[in-house]
Ligand binder design. Structure first.
Ligand SMILES: [Zn+2]
Ligand SMILES: [Zn+2]
Length: 152
């Protein structure tokens, strides 16, 4: 269980952030964009209310891309060490997706959902009992604990 507030930052320490609300969903995304973004097999994210997320130090750089859905995804990363910190989705401006690898206490995040598993690399094994979505989980009740929080 991730206690609030929680903090995190980039690899070099130039950018630090704090979040004062608990994540309402956590998931591992196996999509190709996340594989490229992390230079690895997947990205694990938590979604938090944008208003609960604030920078403590530094100013991240950002990059926009257009997702398959047509939404604009803006990813914030450290301009010095290039760690990706969080993303914002144009369709859900009140949310931030924070990359769990940048959290100080990442081990406290409980992850039990996997999205875009049709892109999962074959040697990444999913634990029994985790929820699995072939594409985006979207905002289905079985994916997000409280979908009404996701609507704007
Ligand atoms: Zn950095
Ligand atoms: Zn992804």
């Amino acid at each position: 269980m991730l206690e609030v507030p929680f903090e995190g930052g980039c690899q070099c320490g130039a950018v630090r952030y704090r979040c004062k609300a608990p994540p309402f969903v956590s998931y591992t995304c196996h999509c190709l964009a996340c594989q490229c973004l992390t230079s690895s097999a997947f990205a694990t994210c938590i979604q938090v209310p944008a208003e609960a997320f604030s920078l403590l130090r530094g100013t991240p750089s950002s990059r926009d891309r257009t997702a398959d859905s047509g939404n604009q995804i803006t990813t914030s990363f450290c301009g010095s060490c290039c760690s990706a910190l969080c993303s914002a989705n144009s369709a859900r401006p009140r949310l931030r997706s924070v990359y769990v690898g940048t959290l100080d206490r990442a081990a406290e995040v409980e992850v039990d959902a996997h999205i875009w598993t049709k892109r999962r690399l074959p040697w990444v094994l999913l634990p029994d009992g985790h929820r699995v979505f072939l594409e985006a989980g979207d905002w289905r009740p079985d994916y997000a604990a409280d979908p009404s929080r996701l609507e704007q």
